[in-house]
Design a protein. Structure first.
Lengths: 137, 134, 387
């Protein structure tokens, strides 16, 4: 697929709203970047192409957040109802952070590094922006 | 050495329509609003005094595009206090739509206006007000 | 202290951008680095001006992430805040580190996404440049500061307000005209005096067209020691003098038609360069508002106090005039992403001295000056360059 959209964070979020997880790949040295970068920081090339990720990965790190910023209060989370945030290593290589769903935030001791996850596209409360999440089967 | 007159003390007095300042025992200058040291000679030998609250408008503007949380139009001006220093405040008891250059030179007396704080203000906001001395 | 030169400059288009501050600066930085015939790994440090990253996009530590985005995440980076003078104070600081010998090659500049905030919120955050305890409660705004300057100027020099407003409008018209020649300017259209008079009142006597816009954008410069500069480019632009001064809150300054911080800062720069105002061929100065340009030309010594507005009327500050002011279009037309502006001024001076400005070129320019001012007239930075 050839995608002409400018390589920027704004484009990354547009793709998320279209339910696509997109990385940028340097056409010169093949380095992969997620979130996308317009400039390759390995070879300094600026010839990037978009690549769609399959959305599969493994849990690399996580935490259960009991005291979050005010937008999470609006989502219904609080000290008694925490949420999970983590880092996911995608099958293609890059690591990316996101909300983790499908695992019990109240029992972090039962959560295992390496748990297989698939990408989910969450709409924020007012539907203004789509953000990245990963779900355990 | 402690602050002789803190912003909090200044503001509390202003809410009672009292204008406090610092008189320098070394050079005689008045520092208002307060600072840590005399703004003319940097001495810390300062005395808290109540000022006359009278002055003369030096310049002004009518704000028509306000910051978030304020409702325009209103007048902001600077007055030279009889004791010397200049201070900023709202000119009240004057219709903003009738404000002209004739405000410059007007004799005023000070009062205050208290507003609830906003997200950025670290508490309540209290402004000096200038009303025409009649 | 050894000689230092600007070896490369870059800037994004100023205007409205969806890009983040980091992305904007990375773009400007790569342009400057490429122009210097260098690579990111040659940058020993980053000096980045930015005022409201936290409010614009919830981002502090911009300097670290900007370095990461150009592939040098581990260099020392610092964010500079001097209100609208942020970009300049960053560059002046960078100059001192290279002049002292601590670094040989550094990257400096600034970025801002002022448009991201929207007018009421931006008006509130820009008001943070005034004293939060003793001025902000009055509802003072940044245009309000200069509006008070305008009324005082008219009264002090006995110029009827309507006449002063007419001369202020000529500043806006001139700068918009210059902006039509700048490919990266925010506004590239001519305006008329009717446009100025028909625009909404912002803080009387200032109307919308007396005010520079909120803009998004970034600009960057690469500085090198003179020795290294000569090997990198055949047109190094040398620092001749720098100055910087602060001032107390507005009421403490009393007569604000004379900006004391600027008079002192300009004197530092002139003395260091061994020059005087008549030696300056072009000046990019801080026209955040039309009256600000008039007052600045006086404090910088281009006109006697009280004569600046007449000079505009006589055309002395146009490209081709006695002292071209803001050939780039200034903050008014080129735009004002506040953290970036100081660097955009250096971009313009460098290109002018190198003879690369096309239709807005000031013929034969050899010595140029930049001037930025922040907040309650309390941060001013001046730099003089020569080729």
């Amino acid at each position: 697929m050839t995608e002409e959209r400018e390589v920027s964070s704004a484009s990354f979020y547009q793709f998320l709203a279209e339910k696509k997880l997109m990385a940028s790949r340097c056409q010169k040295c093949q380095a992969l970047y997620l979130p996308p970068h317009p400039i390759c920081t390995k070879c300094y090339g600026n010839d990037m192409e978009w690549v769609e990720m399959k959305g599969n990965g493994k849990l690399a790190a996580f935490t259960s957040v009991a005291v979050g910023p005010s937008c999470t209060l609006e989502e219904g989370y609080d000290r008694n109802n925490p949420y999970l945030v983590g880092i996911v290593e995608l099958d293609e290589g890059p690591k990316v952070s996101g909300r983790i769903r499908g695992l019990d935030p109240k029992k972090p001791e039962n959560i295992k590094i390496g748990t297989p996850l698939t990408v989910e596209f969450l709409e924020q409360v007012e539907g203004k922006r789509c953000f990245l999440a990963f779900k355990a089967e | 050495m402690e602050y002789a007159l803190t912003a909090k003390m200044f503001t509390e007095a202003l809410k009672e329509n009292k204008l406090l300042g610092l008189k320098c025992n070394k050079c005689g200058a008045y520092t208002v609003p307060p600072k840590k040291v005399c703004m003319e000679c940097t001495s810390e030998d300062l005395e808290v005094v109540e000022l006359s609250g009278k002055g003369q408008i030096q310049t002004f503007t009518v704000i028509r595009v306000p910051p978030e949380g304020f409702e325009a139009p209103y007048i902001v001006g600077m007055a030279e206090l009889d004791e010397g220093p200049w201070i900023m405040g709202n000119i009240v008891d004057v219709d903003p739509d009738e404000a002209t250059m004739n405000l410059i030179g007007m004799r005023v007396k000070l009062g205050h206006k208290a507003l609830p704080g906003d997200k950025f203000s670290a508490g309540e906001m209290v402004a000096v007000t200038f009303s025409p001395q009649t | 202290m050894r000689e230092v030169a600007v070896v490369g400059v870059g800037m994004t288009k100023f205007g409205s951008s969806e890009k983040s501050n980091v992305e904007l600066f990375a773009e400007a930085a790569m342009e400057a680095i490429t122009e210097s015939n260098l690579e990111p790994k040659d940058m020993q440090a980053l000096f980045l001006g930015n005022v409201f990253g936290g409010f614009e996009e919830g981002q502090v530590t911009l300097s670290a992430f900007a370095a990461a985005d150009i592939g040098v995440p581990y260099i020392p980076t610092t964010r500079f805040e001097g209100a609208c003078a942020s970009g300049s104070v960053a560059i002046r600081d960078a100059y001192i580190w290279v002049a002292s010998g601590f670094y040989d090659i550094v990257l400096a500049g600034g970025t801002e996404k002022a448009l991201a905030m929207g007018t009421p919120y931006a008006t509130r955050t820009f008001a943070m440049g005034s004293d939060s305890r003793y001025e902000v409660p009055t509802g003072i705004t940044f245009p309000g500061v200069f509006a008070m300057m305008a009324h005082l100027y008219a009264r002090k020099y006995g110029i009827p307000l309507e006449k002063l407003k007419e001369r202020m409008a000529l500043v806006a018209i001139k700068n918009h005209h210059n902006g039509t020649f700048h490919p990266k300017a925010h506004f590239r259209k001519e305006i008329t005096i009717q446009d100025v008079y028909n625009s909404i009142k912002v803080a009387e006597p200032l109307q919308l067209y007396d005010c520079c816009p909120f803009s998004d954008g970034a600009a960057a410069v690469v500085l090198a020691s003179a020795e290294k500069a000569k090997k990198l480019t055949d047109k190094p632009v040398y620092f001749a003098g720098v100055g910087q001064c602060s001032a107390p809150p507005l009421p403490n300054q009393k007569d604000i038609t004379r900006i004391k911080a600027r008079e002192a800062s300009a004197k530092q720069a002139y003395d260091m360069a061994g020059l005087s105002p008549k030696d300056i061929d072009i000046c990019e100065l801080h026209d955040c508002f039309t009256i600000a340009e008039i007052a600045a030309t006086e404090s910088l010594g281009f006109f006697d106090f009280g004569e600046g507005s007449k000079g505009v009327e006589a055309g002395e500050t146009q490209i081709g005039g006695r002292i071209p002011i803001n050939p780039s279009g200034g903050l008014k037309a080129r735009g004002h992403p506040i953290g970036a502006t100081g660097a955009a001024q250096v971009y313009e001076i460098a290109k002018q001295l190198r003879g690369e400005c096309g239709e807005r070129q000031v013929e034969g320019a050899k010595v140029g000056m930049t001037d930025t001012l922040g907040a309650d007239l309390c941060m001013v930075c001046n730099m003089i360059f020569k080729i």
